[in-house]
Design a protein around this ligand. Structure first.
Ligand code: ARG
Length: 469
């Protein structure tokens, strides 16, 4: 900002300037103003004012004509903002004063009565709760969409084996459907966190006024109900100064973004040349300006990276709030940008992930082939020794280890050892052992509740598709 003009001789702020002889300095105005970002709250601000005016009219604090004029004026303002012709002014600080001032320009005296029995402190707390509530509803619908996309793909690939990893080392075969449904579980908890947040958020601060409540006989239950809240907030000091609803929202965002980032990372790994588990189409990849062979999963990388700013938003707001004495302090004006930014990043990530999940083409033959490599059925062999030969698991583990080492030395898989070679390690082994050494037998045997067996996965995918329909 280059304009360091001293505005002290200009008229003071029309909304609060009664006792001010002069206007703020340019830098004061710039640091104070939030209109650059809080204009996003305009719908909620108008909605809140309409509910407030209706309540003021009902209890007789303003006339029916005033209420009508306020309603029409706010409607006209909504159209102006929608059309992009509203004259936003930094000198009017924020969305609340921009709208109120415009209303008074349009309808005169009645506009000046709107601010009876409220303050910008309860107004902004109400507007922001309404905004976060809308964001929760939008994001929840997006999470459900990603869950549905995953469940659909899982149903198609309920029986397709892939290598399962621990430590990113081949561990045991799993099915691709099972792997995808793991993310459905995570996302379901993410939407549960949002639902919890929404439930606690859904109380209305309006009427708490500046901090102490008001001497006017207002009906807070009426405004709470009109705005879709479950109840009015019970403590005016808490209502104007707390932002834990926004912090809960950002916590849910950070956890969900972390989940999305893990899936994004897997997509990046899966479509890398050494893996080639999946292929993303032109719709979700970009080329390299220097290496013509490249097909880069930029959308997945960016979904992975956006976790940084979402987590950052949570830390930023926690830091703003810590140590603030009751009640309202201007610090809380800094609550909005982290929430807006995180919401935008989260929305975009969810949309990109939904797109990629629907777009990806798995190479099921390759995944099946790799599912059996790296001695992935060693646990099945050990389990066979326990089940059929009644070896204690620790002994079975030891025998299997020796067989793996034998196979490794010969450069073959476990299933390629001859029966005689197997018996050289454990004489009681019979040819039946080979029945458990295939990838298909391995996954089919994992029928324990929550296990990867195709019949489990098909049932779970169908369950989710019914729940999410
Ligand atoms: N723009 C302010 C905010 O977002 C509105 C409340 C201002 N209240 C006040 N007393 N200055 O927090």
């Amino acid at each position: 900002m280059n304009d360091t003009t001293d505005r002290r001789n200009e008229p003071a702020n029309a909304q609060w300037g009664g006792r001010f002889a002069a206007g703020p300095s340019a830098i004061m105005q710039e640091i104070n103003a939030s209109i650059g970002f809080d204009r996003k709250l305009w719908r909620q601000d108008i909605k809140g004012s309409l509910a407030h005016a209706a309540m003021l009219a009902k209890i007789g604090l303003i006339s029916a004509e005033d209420e009508r004029a306020i309603g029409q004026g706010l409607e006209a303002i909504a159209q102006e903002i929608e059309a992009g012709s509203f004259p936003f002014e930094e000198a009017l600080e924020d969305i609340h004063m921009n709208i109120e001032s415009r209303l008074t320009d349009r309808i005169g005296e009645a506009g000046k009565r709107l601010h009876t029995a409220r303050s910008r402190n309860d107004q902004v707390a109400t507007d922001f709760r309404l905004w976060v509530r809308d964001a929760i509803d939008g994001i929840t619908a997006q999470i459900v969409d990603v869950m549905r996309a995953l469940a659909e793909r899982a149903a198609d690939h309920a029986a397709d084996p892939m290598p399962g990893f621990t430590h990113l080392q081949t561990a045991q075969p799993v099915t691709f459907g099972h792997h995808l449904l793991a993310y459905v579980e995570m996302l379901d908890r993410d939407r549960g966190r949002l639902a919890d947040c929404r439930r606690r958020l859904n109380q209305c601060p309006l009427g708490s006024a500046a901090l102490a409540g008001t001497s006017f006989p207002i009906d807070r239950h009426m405004t709470a109900k009109a705005l879709g809240f479950d109840a009015p907030t019970a403590n005016s000091l808490d209502a104007v100064s707390d932002r834990d609803f926004a912090l809960e929202f950002l916590s849910a965002a950070a956890i969900s973004a972390m989940h999305l980032s893990r899936l994004a990372e897997e997509i990046v790994i899966w479509c890398s040349a050494p893996f080639r588990f999946i292929r993303l189409s032109d719709a979700f990849t970009t080329g390299s300006s220097i290496m013509p062979q490249k097909r880069n999963p930029d959308a997945a990388e960016l979904a992975r990276a956006k976790t940084g700013r979402i987590t950052g938003a949570l830390v930023a707001l926690l830091t703003v709030m810590k140590g603030l004495p009751l009640a309202y302090a201007k610090d809380t004006q800094e609550d909005k940008e982290p929430v807006f930014d995180a919401t935008e990043a989260w929305t975009l990530s969810l949309a990109a992930i939904a797109g990629m999940v629907r777009d990806m083409q798995p190479d099921t033959d390759r995944m099946r082939a790799l599912a059996g490599s790296g001695f992935a059925t060693a646990t099945d062999l050990a389990d066979w020794l326990v089940r059929v030969l009644k070896l204690p698991f620790r002994s079975a583990h030891h025998v299997t280890g020796r067989l793996v080492s034998l196979a490794e030395g010969k450069g073959v898989d476990l299933a390629d050892l001859s029966l005689a070679e197997m018996q050289s390690v454990e004489p009681a082994i019979t040819a039946d052992v080979f029945s458990v050494l295939t990838v298909e037998a391995s996954v089919a045997s994992r029928r324990s509740y929550g296990g990867t067996a195709p019949e489990n996965v098909a049932r779970e995918a169908a369950k989710w598709l019914a729940v999410l329909a």
